[in-house]
Structure formats: C-alpha cells, structure tokens
Design a protein around this ligand. Structure first.
Ligand code: ADA
Length: 561
C-alpha cells in the first residue's frame, strides 16, 4: 500500500498500482459473465474511480479490470485496500474472492505456478442486496472502481497475519504486542522483535497452524505521542521467514469527568468532518491531495478530524499520525432506515466491515474514537440492540479506544447509554432556527444529555454547519452566501470556545465541498448537486468561513500553549 513506511522487508511484495486493462459492461449480471471472453477495450488507473473519468461519468453497472503480472510458484495473496463497492476477483480465470462493501481492506489468495498470472476483477457500483452497506440516498456520490491501492504478496510457510500494538502504560513506556499468525504445519521458528531499530526480543516459538503470540515490551527510549509532539515508534516483527512492520505512538485515551483525556491530560477537540471525494478522482485520494488536506487541517488550527462516513485511506491516517491530528474513524453509514438496520444480512455485513476497519487501522495513534452508523435510528427501540451489538464488537476488537456514533437528534436519542463519548449532529441556523438560536440549541443539547444522567460522558458536536455556494454573496447576507456561512460558524465556534465548557469537541460540517447523490430529492436541495457546507470548495479553494474558523481555532491553540 502507499504508506509512509515499508510494512514488509522479508516478504516479497509487489505494488500492482498503475494502468490496468478495463471495460465497462454495464447492466450485466455478473453470474452471466465468462471471464476469459471479456473484451478489454479501454484503460483505467488503479487506484481510481472509473465513473469519475469523463467517458464513464455517472455510469452504474458492472466493470471489468485486468492486469497480467509475473509470479514465482507458490501461494500468492492479493491485498485490496478498497473496491467500490462489490467485486469478484479471478486468478487465471478461477474465482478466488467475492467482496461487498467499499472503503475497507480485504484479501484474495491463490496457489500459483511460476509464470504470468492474469488477475481480473469484476467491479460493480450498483445499489442492490449484494451490497447492503451502500444505499443510493446517502448524501454523497458513491463512485465505483478499484479506488485504493492493490498489492501482491508472496506467502511462505509461516505468515504474520496481523500485529496489534497497544500502549499498556505511557508512564512506564510499556506496550503490549499481539501477533496473529498462520502456518502450513506446526513448527518451531525464531521470533524477533525490533523497535526503532533496536533488538528487543529474540526467542524460539512453537507455532500451531493458526494462533496468537502476546508479549509485553519495555521501550524506555520511546517518547509519548500527542497532538503537540506526535512522536512515533516502529515495531518490526520477524517470524520464521515472514515479517510485518507497524508504526504506533505511546498514548492512552480515556474519559474523565465529562472530558476526553490523552495521557491523563484533558483535550478539547477542534476540528472538521472530511469526505474522501474529489470531482476528478472520486473516492481515490492521490498523495498530493492528502498532503494538501492535512496541510489545510493544520493551517485551520484543527487538532481533530472526523472521517465521515466510512473508514479512511491508510495514507491519510499515516499523515494524521505524523501531524498530530486526532481522528474519529467510523464504519460506513448514513440514515439507514429501521428495516435495513434490523436485517440480519445487513448486520453481518456491518460486523465484517467493522472487523476490516479495525484490522487495517488499529495501530494509528491518531485514531482515538471508533464510530458507527452516522445518523441512523438510534432514536428507535429496534436500533438499541443493533447499536449494542456493533459497539460491543468494536470494544471486543479494541478495548483501548473510545466508542461513539453521531446522533441525528440528541433530544430523541435512545442509545447514549452505550457509548463512551456522546456525538450529536445539530443544524441550528440552517435546517431550523436562525443565527441567534444557535447558542441556545447547543446549551439545550448539553442540558438534555446531562438530564439523561450522562453528565460524566464527554459531549462532542459531531456536525454543525451551513451551505455556501463558492464565491456567492449578496447584499442581504442570505442563506447560501459565503457571508452567511461565515457568520453562522463564527456564532457556533464563538459560543463553544467562549465559555460553553460542557461541550468538549467540535467537528464542523465539513472541510471540503463534495458531490452528492443524483437522487432528485437530495440533489434539489444541493445547489450544483454539491454539498457545499465546506470551508473550502471541492477544488480546495478557501471560502470566507475558512479564515473565521481559523481565527477561533488558532487563537484557542495559542492560548493553550
Ligand atoms: C447530516 C449528515 C451529513 C450531511 C449533512 C448535511 O448531518 O450526517 O452527512 O448530509 O447532514 O449536509 O445536511
């Protein structure tokens, strides 16, 4: 994957990113496709979204991608960082994997003969029961394609399948390490662990065909990670002939008396939501764009970003680790209807997707919050057991981070008992009320959460914002002008940083403008078919509100320093 460090030194890894053969098949049933008879008549970038390119813009249907690559004999694993949003993977004509759901990592394996392997991926961006996580009414355009990087790994007889590094104690510079492995047969092999280039462990271990090794490491030289000093360490694990490297930061996240604490210090989250979308690249995030976005987050004075509304590009998370930006990382979701939420196939798909999200991102110190199901029916009786199950799974997979979700209406919510941090989306001064109503509404939300008995839980305004057509102003300062948006956010941030101490986190909706669904009922409420509540437009040009928010955020961070 495009990462900030090499994840393997011993294992042979080939990047398959580049230009692949392509054809758009359209309204075709994937079961009816004879893979060896597909005629590839075009080219497509991987990673890339085919429907963000001019020829296929707006197309929904089945597409086929192909690459040929030289391989040595033996077991091969394809690693996909994200395919939008249903796919079948074929290795020399043989089906090796089917996967539903975009934005998360999955793998496909095959036993190969030496020579040239042909990999074909059928990719479908239609909305149907094969991909219960994706729905057309979501307020973003669901682009299709192999949207993130692809790698080919050559596997040996022992495989390091996962590495989880968790801070056991920042004060004592102690971490716990969990190594998940598989092996062709039980064996005794050397286990070596290095951290920051220093050997910290060497022993011989007896492996089963699948299992987990857990060790505690003392790293007296490692400095704690924080937004102000984002110190990182790298752990390399070698097991037999295989290896895996991960980066982490020493830090503990907890809650105390209604605040989030980082290594014992209360932290106020100042940030924005961010979609991974661009008019020319769809959901694909070129490196230059990621660098741009992280620069703008820092320039704004943010110490926090909410990844709305799906798991994030691995390289973006690496950059947040390095820049000291705290992250709320959530599973995919946007106002699913109650019936959808209680469908067992949907719940299974969410559980699998949550597992993939945590496995891919669990070592990023920047991630402090795991989230689920943006604005879904947490107000319903049916919702409670579903939220309990999904949040419970997150806690099982990762007991060292906080869990949350963004509520569509805090006043009616029934699931706040299940979270560590209460997240409330609110649109006073936009969908309801006027500018002077904003402070009162934020105070009412705070009082309501306390009255429910949750005064000890931190409260984060996970969305708040107003639309502004880029460059648009009038002498009235009406809705949709940059002027109105700037005054709106001035009121919001001014109130929250001006003594409203119950709310200890803010994620403004939203960093950048992005294309919404083409469903008419939504598109008609979004000028240009774009959700334009961005502080910057879709090409990253700042609007008036950018400077206003920057003034507040930077002022606050300077005062703290
Ligand atoms: C909701 C939702 C966002 C976006 C926003 C808006 O709060 O969570 O994804 O749709 O509203 O712009 O209306």
């Amino acid at each position: 994957m495009a990462r900030r460090f090499a994840t393997h030194e011993r294992r042979e890894v080939a990047a398959l990113d580049g230009i692949w053969d392509f054809t758009f098949l359209g309204e075709v049933d994937p079961d009816a496709v004879e893979v060896d008879r597909i005629e590839f008549d075009a080219l497509m970038a991987v990673p890339g979204c085919f429907d963000a390119t001019p020829v296929y813009a707006g197309e929904r249907g089945l597409a086929a991608y192909r690459i040929r690559t030289g391989v040595a004999a033996g077991r091969q694993r394809l690693v996909f960082d994200g395919v939008q949003h249903w796919c079948r993977v074929f290795w020399n004509g043989e089906l090796v994997r089917e996967h539903a759901g975009g934005f998360s990592r999955f793998t496909a394996e095959s036993e190969a003969d030496a020579g040239t392997a042909e990999i074909v991926v059928l990719v479908d961006n239609r909305f149907d029961e094969r991909s219960p996580l994706h729905m057309e009414h979501f307020d973003w355009y669901a682009y299709g394609g192999i949207s993130r990087s692809v790698e080919l790994h050559r596997l040996g007889p022992v495989r390091v399948e996962g590495l989880r590094i968790a801070t056991a104690s920042t004060a004592d510079r102690r971490v716990s390490v969990r190594i998940d492995y598989t092996a062709d047969a039980p064996a005794s092999v050397p286990l070596e662990i290095e951290c920051d280039g220093r050997a910290v462990l060497a022993e011989t271990v007896a492996l089963d065909t699948t299992g987990t090794l857990e060790r505690v490491l003392e790293l007296p030289w490692a400095a704690p990670w924080s937004p102000e000093e984002p110190n990182l360490s790298t752990v390399s694990v070698s097991l037999g002939e295989d290896d895996l490297r991960e980066r982490f930061g020493l830090r503990e996240v907890r809650t105390e008396a209604g605040r989030i604490t980082l290594n014992g210090e209360p932290v106020t989250l100042l940030g924005v939501n961010r979609h991974e979308a661009h008019p020319q690249f769809g959901h694909t995030q070129p490196e230059a764009l990621l660098v741009n976005d992280v620069q703008q987050l820092k320039d704004l004075g943010c110490n926090f970003v909410r990844g709305s509304h799906y798991p994030l590009d691995p390289l973006f998370l690496d950059l947040c680790d390095e820049a000291g930006v705290l992250v709320w990382c959530e599973s995919i979701g946007w106002q699913y209807p109650v019936e959808h939420l209680t469908d067992p196939a949907f719940i299974d798909a969410q559980l699998e997707h949550i597992g993939e999200m945590v496995a891919a991102s669990q070592n990023h110190p920047s991630i402090i919050l795991w989230g689920i199901l943006n604005e879904c029916p947490s107000w319903s009786d049916e919702g409670h057991p579903v939220y309990a199950r999904l949040l419970g799974r997150l806690r099982e997979l990762d007991p060292d981070r906080l869990v949350t979700y963004a509520s569509i209406n805090a006043h009616d919510d029934k699931c706040f008992d299940l979270v560590d941090v209460v997240g409330a989306n609110a649109y006073p001064g936009w969908y309801y009320g006027d500018l002077p109503d904003i402070p009162g509404e934020l105070d009412r939300i705070s009082a309501h959460v306390d009255a429910l008995g949750f005064a000890d839980k931190p409260l984060v305004i996970s969305e708040i914002g107003a639309g502004a057509v880029p460059g648009w102003n009038d002498s009235h300062g009406s809705l949709w002008t940059e002027d109105y948006q700037a005054r709106h956010l001035d009121t919001v941030v001014g109130h929250l940083l001006g003594g409203q101490d119950r709310i200890s986190g803010l994620a403004i909706w939203v960093l950048g403008d992005f294309k919404t669904t083409e469903l008419r009922r939504m598109a008609l409420t979004r000028p240009r078919g774009v959700n334009d509540k961005g502080l910057i437009d879709e090409y990253r040009r700042p609007k008036q509100a950018y400077r206003v928010v920057q003034g507040h955020f930077r002022g606050r961070l300077d005062r703290k320093a």
